[in-house]
Ligand binder design. Sequence first.
Ligand code: PLP
Length: 345
Amino acid sequence: MENIDYSKRSFNYYPTNAIVTSKCIDGKWSAPEVNTDFNLSLHCFAGIFHYAPSCFEGLKAYRGVDNRIRLFRPDENAKRMISSANYLDMPAPSVELFIEMCKMCVIANWEYIPPFDSAGSLYLRPILIGINPQLGIRSSDDVMLAVMASGVGTYSGAKILVPGTAVLSRNFDRAATFGSGGYKLGANYAQSLHAYNIAHNLGYRELLFLDTATHSHIEEFGSSNFFAIKNGCYITPDSTSVLPSITNKSLRTVAEELGLKVERRKIYVEELAEMEEVNSCGTAVVITPICSIDDKPGLESKEITRTYKFGDTVGTVSEKLYHRIVGIQKGMEEDTYGWCQFVEK
Ligand SMILES: Cc1ncc(COP(=O)(O)O)c(C=O)c1O
């Protein structure tokens, strides 16, 4: 294992050894290849450069307490990539090919899997992009699946479970009501970057998007899902324009196991005042507590209409959820649901 201080790392690109690629040309997938060249050579008329036929995934390989390497629910990432590709009307890899390539990528970058006692993990980023030359506006016929890895620390570089601030996005939308927010498309992120930059430049850690039709209820953060705890309930938005987070899905199961009631429903902005604990959740952020959410007429505006506060330390329920999920991911707790898949060298 490389001698790397993962406590100094955040969620970023750090060099690794190799990537794994496969192409689907004329409906046939090629055998996956391990490449040490990180540059992809693509035709300049490839759809990806023009109309953004691009979807991606994010999952982590964890070094467990038993020193074994686990992937957390990679089948769910595979299924979500298939659903994103179907939405883009382009070829999708099988669940088996997706998982095989993720495992190959972990093996090729073995020495970059952080130690068990660090907050780090090997983040895998599979991308699926349209590669056939085209000019007309249409979906891609041929695609490339590339799986790359980076040995990352915590999302913001802060210590785990340290709360951060957020701001509501009232004048920038992320995903239209009948749009693509429920799929993991590159385009959804391009759409959020400008608003994100404003929020970050103002010192907020997170940006919380609202539904585009009415701007009255909560959708999700730009990087993650929203969940809150209130009166023994785990509450998270129910919306087709929110990304179906695998972490959130798993937390709902864990929450029920811990005796919480789970509610998936509309959450009106004003209800934030009644929430006891508020968090963002996702593969990259795991569970990151939110200590305050500012509501402003517009992101750039100096005026703050209202500030919702949730405490300067992680909530007790959220902390329990964190330890159960991370415990499963790192082999410290029984994997009751068979969520982890081992990677053997
Ligand atoms: C916009 C958005 N929502 C939610 C999530 C969380 O999804 P998952 O838990 O599957 O990582 C992510 C990615 O981490 C994301 O980018």
